[in-house]
Design a protein around this ligand. Structure first.
Ligand code: NAD
Ligand code: TYD
Length: 357
């Protein structure tokens, strides 16, 4: 049994689906179902006894203690977070609460549980896998080398500062208490179930609706994109083979400007779902820049490639095509997210099949 936090979110739900497609080891999924949590993502697991959902907060120490004591997981994979930079600028408090205090609570509960494990072998095999981001490293200049694991932490947004704080707590819990932790810092993900407030799904959804495509500033900020299922595979690899106390950067060597991304999406939609009104690039609309907007992120993934043999399966071209096709194939998912009815899934659809509100 493994405990996943944030398993109803974008990456967590992809991780659980991929995990259970490859293994019969059960998953306990602890998620608070904030606006970003969507049980519909896990609809294909309804009635599957290998997936047990618990509606709760990682900052609830009594709940986490109880879950660990009852289910005795061999590992915790910690995805739960507030994850959107723009929201962190408007309201940073939730980011400090979940990303910093929540991670602290989880670490303390994990430490007590780990210390109580009966055998040295069991303690040595236990893992606390902290899922983090490349944004903790700050912003690169145009000719700087990509972020290696040794790059100094220079977070610039409330989101990245809260993730950096959580990374430091995880590091300290290993150094001071010996908790067997691994941390992964991944570049920007994209793929199925991505909430349409983030660049790629927002552009797909708006372009399909003939709405403006809001590009911040000059559109030349660079992000390094990885298909979500490649991130999930990397997390599985690090969980299985990563060395305790180490950090691993995850990325697919896919640096793109935001404008390139938006143009690619427009062109794919024009090909797959032509619009009689004309090419979607006409919808691009330059808007006021995000405050403190990091200019460039890029990941040096040589450590995980060399030490653990992980490599992405998708190129950007194959991954973005699959992603655009997924949104075309799932208009109901998009509609439920847009009209808010995805939030009813706990009460109306999921209860009775493992949900424990
Ligand atoms: P998301 O916002 O889609 O999902 C977060 C999930 O966490 C949601 O299901 C939400 O309900 C849950 N959650 C939030 N607060 C909680 C709390 N207090 N207790 C329990 N559950 C809570 O995020 P995501 O994009 O899936 O990101 C998952 C993790 O990966 C995050 O830690 C993020 O920092 C990291 N990450 C994301 C990306 C990316 O491009 N999305 C890249 C690198 C790393
Ligand atoms: P986002 O998906 O929010 O991820 P992050 O800020 O964590 O990298 O944004 C990706 C890039 O796209 C970032 O440079 C900001 C930009 N962006 C826009 O230009 N327009 C938008 O509407 C959004 C949401 C993002």
């Amino acid at each position: 049994m493994i405990l996943i936090t944030g398993g109803a979110g974008f990456i967590g739900s992809n991780f659980i689906l991929d995990w259970l497609a490859q293994s019969d080891e059960p998953v306990l999924n602890l998620d608070a179902l904030t606006y970003a949590g969507n049980l519909r993502n896990l609809a294909s697991l309804q009635g599957d006894p290998r997936h047990r959902f618990v509606h709760g907060d990682i900052a609830d120490r009594a709940l986490v203690d109880r879950l660990l004591a009852e289910h005795r997981p061999r590992a915790i994979v910690h995805f739960a977070a507030e994850s959107h930079v723009d929201r962190s600028i408007l309201g940073p408090a939730a980011f400090v609460r979940t990303n910093v205090e929540g991670t602290f609570t989880l670490l303390e509960a994990a430490r007590a549980y780990w210390a109580s494990l009966p055998g040295a072998d069991e303690r040595a095999a236990f893992r606390f896998h902290h899922v983090s981001t490349d944004e903790v490293y700050g912003s690169l200049g145009p000719t700087d080398a990509p972020f290696a694991e040794t790059h100094p932490y220079e977070p610039n947004s409330p989101y990245s500062a809260s993730k950096a704080a959580s990374d430091h707590l995880v590091r300290a819990w290993h150094h001071t208490y010996g908790l067997p932790v691994v941390t992964t810092n991944c570049s920007n993900n994209y793929g199925p179930f991505h909430f349409p407030e983030k660049l790629i799904p927002l552009m797909i959804v708006n372009a399909l609706a003939g709405q403006p495509l809001p590009v911040y500033g000059d559109g030349l900020n660079v992000r390094d994109w990885l298909y979500v299922k490649d991130h999930c595979a990397a997390v599985r690899t690090v969980l299985a083979h990563g060395r305790p106390g180490e950090t691993y950067n995850i990325g697919g060597w896919n640096e793109k400007t935001n404008l390139e991304i938006v143009h690619t999406i427009c062109d794919l939609l024009d090909e797959l779902r032509p619009d009689a009104t004309g090419p979607r690039r006409r919808l691009v609309s330059f808007v006021k820049d995000r405050p403190g907007h990091d200019r460039r992120y890029a990941i040096d993934a040589r450590k995980i490639e060399r030490e653990l043999g992980w490599r992405p399966a998708e190129t950007f071209e194959s991954g973005i095509r699959k992603t655009v096709q997924w949104y075309l194939d799932h208009p109901d998912w998009v509609a439920e997210v847009q009209n808010g009815s995805y939030r009813d899934w706990l009460a109306t659809q999921y209860a009775g099949s493992g949900a424990a509100p």
